[in-house]
Ligand binder design. Sequence first.
Ligand code: CA
Length: 658
Amino acid sequence: MYGRTYSEQRFSPLQQIDVNNVGELSLAWYYDLDTHRGQESTPLVIDGVMYFTTAWSKAVALDAATGKLLWSYDPKVPPAWGVNACCDVVNRGLAAWKGRLFLGTLDGRLIALDASTGKPVWETLTIDPEMRYTITGAPRVVKGNVLIGNGGAEMGVRGYLSAYDADTGKLVWRFYTVPGDPAKPFENPALKKAAKTWSGEWWKNGGGGTVWDAMAYDPELDLLYFGTGNADPWSRKFRDLPAEDNLFTSCIVAVKPETGEYVWHYQENPADEWDYDSAEQIILADLTIDSQHRHVLLHAPKNGFFYVLDRQSGKLISAKPFTNVNWATGVDPQSGRPIETARAAYEQSDAPAVITPGPSGAHSWQPVSFSPQTRLVYFPVLESGFPYKSAERFSHNRLAWNTGTDPVAAELPQDPAIKKAVLDSTKGHLVAWDPVRQKEVWRGERAGPWNGGALSTAGNLVFEGTGNGKFEAFRATTGEKLWSVSVESGITAGPISYSVNGQQFIAVIVGWGGALPLAAGEIGLQKPRMVNVPRMLAFKLGGNAKLPPASEVKPPLLAPPKATASAAAVKHGEQLYQRYCSVCHGDAAVSGGVLPDLRYSGTLNDEQWFQIVLGGMLQPYGMVSFEKELSREDASALRDFIIFRANQSLGGSSAPHN
Ligand code: CA
């Protein structure tokens, strides 16, 4: 199963590889992938076969002992659908059940595949194709139901989790996370209550609350848990003021798996306006807390607090920050509500408020591991702040990233001293967290902010890959680094361990991409830059495979046309760029290394620029036409801004020409 068991602990009981011999771990095999976008998949290994997904929702089956290809499946997602994806065209994995695999596709389909052949058995559309939904998360199967959610809380959608019959693909139930139009009957009593926590006409733009990643199931209590995303748009100013709770956004929700009937919810961020989400991995564990044996749910969401909940009642047991946070001073133990600081309510302020963590989160989807041996939780932490400011005006747009915040105010400042301070303070580390004492036990510092997920094993080991191309093992109890190899490209996914014919393997998918490298510009860049060569890698004791030598990254020549546009045109272009382009091509016209860096575009001088931006010339590669949103004058101003930024990067004029 995804996360190995329904509890999603990502702990392997295998112990052939341990603290004494991990130094002899080496590459058993590798398999090259056919896409250079982000790789976030966690593989499944069943009876010696490895199944996993890659970017663009493709599925692959390999011989888990040798890496030999058995089959691959491409659902042929239209490249233009990529504009609806907030955070790269990634996919995080498959579910398996009774000889079938289940795959969610970026364009909203759920497909059952025959696990032995990779041939589709049934396919169903889980979304309204007029709406900007995307699926990047792995389905789960509970009691014969395939469970699948979706993303799009910045794209004007209404979040939900669906259950489909694994045999037939027929919809069994759907739980909406946001109430619909109150003039129509509510789908269930829970939504009727939830509607009292919204005002205005939220249903017209969906409301958000998307179920884009986490699920876990407790067979003993027969409860299915899932996490929901932020309310849409981010800024409360364009949702409801005074702020309301906006249920069930940014919540953990428990339902009955056969019917989807609501049981309880716990809201981590009432009126979430920071994109904190609660959709990150959920772990179920049993812990002794204050001498009591407790069935708990462990959660480290983007907001920077580590939550321990009673998973029967949904009541808070404890919550403490696992990193620097300035949006709240704590979580009230009685009400379970966060105690927000004045700074957090940025909609009240005219100046940008730098809030920690930012929308990338202190910890996002990257896999978390709980070791029942050490009773510690291991996960990558991202240390970052973000300047939030409400936009002056806002309306939803079909091709933009809809947050209701001012994307120009959020730009990385170009003043060298301020820029250096921001870049230096954006960091990452692997943490070992004690959920009972709510304390950090050890940490492994990382060179960059965006790193891979964790796996713990019964060999007293923790494995984690890094954004700068290392795959490493630590002693789980103390954090002593015991093994490190270069894998030539950045890792953001989580490893697994499995055994074939008595031999233990550790596997991880390599490949750079995802939210931060796509959207965060210079903050998202690897230092030093690496070639992106996505691969599946498997390691064993005494493996003797070798990766081909990595090719050197040669920075292309930056040779833009002279910046001659007016300051007004550059400013107009900057606003358009930050609103329409930055979420994929990178903040302030600096690419984080996944999609083309437009400062280097060969079309900054000629008519082809318009054929691409307005004419849709590169639509087959996912670059859609913006003709319906932008005039020729707008497209020209966009180009003026990029030319200005390119010249600025060369060390030229730091102020636009007047
Ligand atoms: Ca979100």
